[in-house]
Design a protein around this ligand. Structure first.
Ligand code: HEC
Length: 109
């Protein structure tokens, strides 16, 4: 009667160790991903923009006749203003990437 229960204890311990190792590996991956340099800012900016920037307006504001952003500097300020107005969790690098994406696709300063 003793042996089977001992065996299952061993199994339990093994799987606990394994799942701890997997969790640790996942945490490491997340840390590495968030510290990685942005290698393609325009693609990164496009993705970040798609995820966070369609809550209040569509792309139409970037192409309308009376758009008010008239320089790269103003674009950068407006992106930061819009970001801060809605608690979007970006680092400066993310906002810069979105500026590059918008400039490349719409403003072309
Ligand atoms: C909380 C609502 C809100 C969110 C979210 C938001 N914006 Fe805006 N955005 C505005 C408003 C309001 C305007 C001004 C629109 C107008 O004047 O008609 C604007 C205007 C702009 C303009 C200027 C357009 C022009 O006339 O040249 C840019 C660029 C812009 N937003 C970028 C962004 C980006 C990038 C994001 C994502 C970080 C974003 N917005 C998210 C509210 C928002």
């Amino acid at each position: 009667m003793k042996r089977p229960s001992q065996r299952s204890n061993t199994l339990l311990t093994r799987s606990a160790v394994l799942s701890t190792a997997i969790s640790a590996a996942m945490i490491c991956n997340i840390a590495i991903a968030s510290e990685a340099e942005i290698t393609d800012p325009i693609a990164h900016g496009e993705q970040a923009h798609k995820t966070h920037c369609y809550k209040c307006h569509s792309d139409d504001v970037y192409t309308r006749d009376n758009r008010f952003v008239k320089s790269i500097d103003a674009l950068s300020k407006q992106v930061v203003r819009c970001k801060e107005g809605s608690d979007i969790p970006w680092f400066d690098e993310d906002a810069d990437a979105v500026v590059q994406f918008l400039n490349n696709k719409y403003y072309k300063f």
